[in-house]
Ligand binder design. Structure first.
Ligand code: PEP
Length: 257
């Protein structure tokens, strides 16, 4: 089955109005050559409206790094799915490992956020992945199965048809360590097979991105693997040249597929 590649940039808590403007301009100036893939940018909440405005007239879309699972009300400091749609978002990152670890987001809350994103009309980009210790104890598949199961129990297997998954081994995020293409492929195939147990057709179509220190010099090998459908890029997405080089590598894989 043909799956359109996605390259997504997770800007985390970085940027000012000025750097955001220059980064988006750098990306949009060079992105036209990567027209066979989808490109998504995830700025902070405060830069969303600015980024959305700068992306007008391009094929690049933006998403939010988080949301609160409610529509409105007395939730000081939180932002809801409908508000993000109103600000121009198409996607929402759900369950990023930094939120699971630093903000103590548990399986139930992540599942509730996934559901809230879909109810608002956003495409959830669900992040799953294991720690170094879990990998060493050969618990990678068990941990990822649990992360997928908690979402599936909440929303049902059909919901995967309107979602994207990112496999992000926690030991590879921001560390400069990358899973080898074979290690990543193994887990991506496991994720697809796990979803296929519930729904074969949806499993064949769902896009599974790899994230964890993807750089211009390792992107092509990762994107050549059969179950890797693009990348979720942290550090390298803050530099237009690096991000565009990764987009170009994905575009090349897309064209060859
Ligand atoms: C991420 O934060 O999702 C990520 C993959 O970061 P990095 O590319 O910096 O490892």
């Amino acid at each position: 089955m043909h799956r359109r590649f996605i390259v997504a940039g997770n800007w985390k808590m970085h940027g000012s109005r000025d750097t955001v403007m220059r980064l988006v301009k750098g990306i949009t100036d060079g992105a036209a050559v990567s027209s066979d893939i989808d490109i998504v940018l995830f700025p902070t909440y405060v830069h969303l409206a600015q980024v959305h405005a700068l992306l007008q007239g391009t094929a690049i879309v933006c998403g939010a790094q988080n949301l609160y699972p409610g529509t409105q009300g007395a939730f000081t400091g939180e932002v809801s799915g409908p508000m993000l749609v109103d600000a121009g978002c198409c996607y929402a990152l759900i369950g990023h490992s930094e939120r699971r670890a630093i903000l103590h987001e548990g399986l139930e809350l992540v599942a509730a956020k996934f559901q809230a994103a879909q109810q608002a009309g956003l495409i959830p980009l669900l992040c799953v992945g294991e720690t170094q210790a879990e990998r060493e104890h050969k618990q990678t598949e068990q941990v990822i199965a649990q992360q997928l199961a908690s979402v599936m129990e909440k929303v049902g297997a059909e919901a995967w048809s309107q979602a994207v998954i990112a496999y992000e081994p926690i030991w590879a995020i921001g560390t400069g360590l990358t899973a080898t293409p074979e290690q990543a492929q193994h887990v991506h195939a496991f994720i697809r097979a796990y979803i296929a147990k519930q729904h074969v057709a949806i499993a064949g179509g769902i896009r599974i991105l790899y994230g964890g220190s993807v750089k211009p010099d390792n992107a092509a090998q990762l994107f050549a693997m059969p179950d890797i459908d693009g990348g979720l890029i942290g550090g390298a997405s803050l530099d237009a040249k690096s991000f565009l080089a990764i987009c170009a590598a994905a575009n090349k894989s897309a064209v060859m597929a």
